[in-house]
Every structure is written in C-alpha cells, then in structure tokens.
Design a protein around this ligand. Structure first.
Ligand code: FRU
Length: 510
C-alpha cells in the first residue's frame, strides 16, 4: 500500500495558529506522562518520525528529526533538533529547518564541511551542511511526478541556526514519485562527497565536489534483497574489518519488513567511489522487531559507526496511544562487523555511554527455572526503565514474562526447536488501536555458540533485545494499562539461568 504524503494546506495553517500555544504549554512538563520513554529520545511535544541529519561536531551529537511541531499526527515535516554530549541526555533545541515554497522538509543528512568545499564557511568557521528532500504536497496532489527534490542548508554557528541555499534545489527530480532521503558522506580517495538516495526500488549514488553540484554515478538494488515495499533512507558506511575496509549499504524498506511493515536491511559489499557491489545473496536485517525504522548513522564520528532508528512502524505510528507526543527513537547503537563462516553480519549493541545511566547491577546466579519462577523477590519490585542481562550455558526453551495485576503481559524468550528468539505482545495491554499490533514476532539465532547471552533494555513502553553480542536485535513497543510490576522466568523442562543481572536505569529527563 502506498502512503500518501498529501496534507491540505488549510489544515497546516490552522495547526500553525493553534499548535504554537500547545507547544508552549508542554515546555514545562516533566516528560513523565504515561508511556513517555525515560531513556529514549522524544520531542517535548507532538509528532516525530525519522532521525535526520545526525552529525557529531565539537563534542556535540546533533540529532535532527522529522517533526510536526503542531500535531501528533504526521503532516508538514520540519526538522526538529536536539543536542547531547553523551547520546542519552538530550537538550531540545528550536526547530532547525522550516518548510518553504519548494516544499516541506523530508529526511536527509548533515556533514561537517571541514575543507569548506561548499564555500559556506566564513572567517575560518567550518560550515555544517544539511542535505534533505523537499516535498511539495501540492505537486503530489496535482498528480505531478517531480514533487520531491534535494536541497541544502548550512550553519556557521555550529548547528544552532540554518540558512537555506539560495539556489535550491541542488538535485532536481528526473520524474520519479519516490526520490528522497539523501545521505551524504565524504569519499576521501577521490576527495568528493557521495550521496545515497532512495528511488523506490533502488538506491542511486551521486557525487559532488562542493555539495552544490551533483552528478549521478550509479544505481544499486534491482533484484537484490527484500522488495516488499519502497526503499527509503539509505546509508553507505565503511566499517573496519580487521584492518580491511568493508562497505555496508543500509536500506530501509516499507512495507516488507521481517515481521511486517517497516524494516531495515543491509548489504555488505564494496564501493569504488562510483559503484556499490555486493556478493551477499541472503537478505539481512539490522533488527527483526517491528519497531526500528528509518535508521542511519551519525557522520563525522571517525571509525565509530553510531546508528539510531525511529522506534515505530508505519502500520500504526499515527495511532499509538500516547497523548502529548507520538513515537520515539531507538537507543543509539554501535554497529560492527562479525564473520560467521563465509558470511559477514552487522551487529548492533547499545552504545557504551549507557553506563552513565546504569545503577549497580543486582546479580542472581544459577537460577533454577521451572514452570513459573518468580524472580521479583530477588530483584525487588521491577521498575522501568531497566536493563536485564542473561547468560545461559545450555541452550533451551525459556521465557521471561513481564506482567501486571490486570493479566497483561509481555513475553520475551527463545524457542530452541525453531532456533528463534521471540517477543510476544499479544496481550501486552492496549493493542486494539490497530489490528496487527497484538502479535508474536520472531527472529533467528544466527550463531551456534553453545552459550547464550541476551541483553534487554526495557523502557516504560519499549523493549530492545540484543542477543549473541548484537547478532540478533529486536525492537518492540507496548502499552500496558498499568505498568508491569512482576517478572517471572518460565521453562517447560527445568533449566538453569547461570547469571541474571538486573540494572535500574536512571531517567534521562531528570
Ligand atoms: C521514512 C519516510 C522518508 C521520508 C519521511 C517523511 O519514514 O517516509 O522516506 O523522507 O519519512 O516524513
């Protein structure tokens, strides 16, 4: 099914008139409403989708994001803005980029133009340059094909304020309805910028000496990987592979994800400044859960590749039962490569900066698990957000069940026969806002190691599972009517969990 990006202009004006005052009211809120994530980024108010323009500069991580500042439903997109020095504690900043006559501000990226190739820098100041799609909903409504064009803006005050380039757009639409989400990187061997751009069923690569003049280099994607929906939000990154450079193309896909709706696949391969090639035959997913979409990495972080996604799914993103704001980002994750046999996988792990919000672990050892083992006595009453690390020496079926007195539960576990991790949110609380939400989702175990390690980061309304050192990741959101306050381990045959660490996480908003 195609998503329509059209929103009547009149609606936009009404929301601008009334929306401003609503935002002002929420500015003093404590960010602790029901379901408000406590260790994940959310805007103070209203709608968020894709993370955009992430760039690290002068010790600050900039996070821009698809934002409707006047409504909790998707609409005319602006770039919201937040900054952090540790990827967890975020300071909300004013809107960075507003719509104009060329269009609203869709997804894109930002770079630090250290050599001032663009000429935007003044008095030795390095310009930060944002590259984004401008979406003209009037053109879309009129049935034209050229309503998505690529534009740029720059900042010469380290990202605080942004000036649009007078000669936008810098890449004109060649007549494709889907032509968006430019992600730009520096290609050092040829001293040029390279852009990955999504074009429905493939990615197009462009290059430029100055971020203003672009030429098309190549395409990738026909007949490759998953094509259950449109390709969006690409990212071409280079990863260190024991001293060798390995290129990875991240491609977001909607619908057609591994558990329905939005999903993120990747291709491991090579890039020569013009063409991306990959021998990979299997489809690989960065995350198997339903709620990690449109993720890309920060630029200007050297060899480190830090990824963040949007923690939702287009199937129900506009319906999730939150009030003042809607949707969130995933945890920031470090991406690395892992060889298994002849295959190369991309692993994701929560960034190590998470240590700053972790309290001392409560350690349980050699827990004998039978049908239903209450571990609440040892951990103390379970509270969110928290992290639970499990080590298991003998692979077996088991479930970890979070529940409340209403009988609502979230079940996270492993199915030995299927060799799959799973998260079941069928009776997790409020689920009826969309028919597909109440479901059990599965993810393959990709290693045959004899021991298993799982780390769960559980926020007020989300869980992220990282198994086998990040080889399998799953991200899910949920909405219990009352917070879960019980924690049980369950197994059919009695098993032993060798180690369980329960770690309280401090709210990032306090
Ligand atoms: C992905 C996406 C992008 C687009 C943006 C619009 O979620 O559809 O392709 O730029 O969201 O908000």
């Amino acid at each position: 099914m195609k998503r329509q990006f059209f929103l009547p202009a009149i609606c936009m004006v009404v929301m601008q008139l009334f929306g401003g005052s609503l935002l002002a009211q929420t500015n003093n809120k404590m960010m602790n409403e029901q379901y408000r994530p406590q260790v994940h980024f959310t805007p103070e108010a209203h709608w968020i989708n894709d993370p955009n323009g992430m760039v690290y500069y002068k010790g600050i991580y900039h996070l821009f994001f698809q934002h409707h500042p006047y409504s909790s439903i998707w609409g005319p997109m602006h770039w919201g803005h937040a900054i952090s020095t540790d990827l967890f504690h975020w300071k909300h900043e004013p809107i960075a980029i507003y719509p104009d006559s060329i269009g609203t501000i869709f997804s894109g990226s930002a770079v630090a133009d250290k050599n001032n190739t663009s000429g935007f820098g003044k008095n030795g100041r390095v310009p930060l340059v944002a590259i984004f799609t401008q979406h003209d909903s009037t053109g879309e409504k009129a049935g034209r094909d050229n309503f998505q064009n690529q534009s740029i803006a720059y900042s010469i005050d380290d990202g605080k304020t942004w000036i649009k380039y007078a000669e936008n757009p810098v890449i004109k639409n060649p007549g494709r309805r889907d032509f968006r989400d430019p992600k730009v990187r520096w290609y050092a061997p040829q001293k040029k910028w390279v852009m990955s751009l999504s074009a429905n069923d493939h990615i197009e690569f462009y290059s430029s000496p100055d971020l203003k003049n672009w030429i098309k280099e190549s395409e990738f994607g026909e007949g490759r990987g998953a094509h259950g929906g449109g390709w969006e939000c690409p990212d071409l990154i280079v990863q260190d592979d024991n001293g060798k450079q390995r290129w990875v193309l991240i491609v977001n896909l909607n619908p057609g994800g591994p558990n329905g709706g939005s999903g993120t696949q990747y291709f491991v391969g090579d890039f020569n400044g013009k063409t991306f090639t990959s021998n990979q035959t299997a489809t690989r997913w960065l995350d198997y859960g339903p709620d990690n979409y449109a993720g890309v990495t920060w630029s200007n972080t050297g060899k480190r590749k830090i990824f963040i996604g949007w923690m939702s799914n287009w199937i129900y993103a506009n319906q999730v039962p939150t009030e003042t704001w809607r949707n969130a980002t995933t945890l920031p994750r470090d991406l690395k490569l892992k060889h298994i046999g002849n295959d190369i996988f991309v692993t994701s792990q929560p960034v190590s900066e998470i240590a700053s919000i972790q309290s001392k672990p409560i350690l349980l050892q050699n827990i004998k698990v039978s049908k239903n083992t209450d571990i609440g006595k040892q951990t103390g009453k379970i509270k969110f957000p928290c992290r639970i690390n499990l080590s298991i020496n003998k692979i077996n079926n088991f479930s970890l069940v979070l529940s409340n007195e209403l009988g609502e539960q979230l079940v996270i576990g492993f199915d030995k026969k299927q060799n799959q991790y799973f998260i079941d949110r069928s009776i997790s609380g409020k689920t009826d806002f969309q028919k597909d939400f109440a479901a059990k989702h599965v993810a393959p175990r990709l290693t045959d190691n004899a021991t298993m390690k799982i780390s769960l980061i559980i926020d007020v309304s989300s869980v992220e599972l990282f198994a086998d050192n990040g080889l399998t990741a799953m991200t899910e959101i949920f909405f219990p009517n009352q917070p879960y306050n019980q924690i049980h381990l369950q197994a059919n045959d009695s098993i032993i969990i060798n180690k369980l660490e329960y770690i309280n996480l401090k709210s990032i908003w306090q």
